[in-house]
Ligand binder design. Structure first.
Ligand code: TYC
Length: 101
């Protein structure tokens, strides 16, 4: 009688798997001037004047706004640089990062 054998199957990861992406989030505060927030958004995130104004005003009204999405390293570097730009002027401007679902 022929024996039935089962091959152990290991999960094969697709080699094209994309790196996990991280959101950079702008947090509102009561002290940083609006125009300064817009300047930082344009400089660090390459947003247009119009895009930067929309992101700033959304954070101002709602408390937070997603600025953009990057790989982990890029998101963290940009968030730190943008936060440091505020710190250098004595403002509590804050950018954070969080993984995308
Ligand atoms: N709320 C600030 C003000 O009224 C402006 C501001 C907007 C600050 C967005 C931070 O993430 C921010 N001057």
């Amino acid at each position: 009688m022929p024996e039935i054998t089962t091959k152990p199957r290991t999960q094969v990861k697709p080699q094209t798997e994309r790196p996990k992406l991280y959101k950079v989030i702008l947090i509102n505060d009561d002290f940083t001037p609006r125009e300064f927030v817009v300047t930082v958004l344009k400089g660090e995130f390459k947003l247009s004047e119009d895009q930067a104004h929309r992101v700033m005003i959304t954070a101002h009204r709602r408390g937070v706004c997603v600025v953009a999405v990057f790989t982990k390293d890029v998101a963290e570097t940009k968030a730190t640089r943008a936060t440091d730009a505020g710190k250098a002027k004595g403002y509590p401007l804050l950018f954070t990062t969080e993984p995308e679902e």
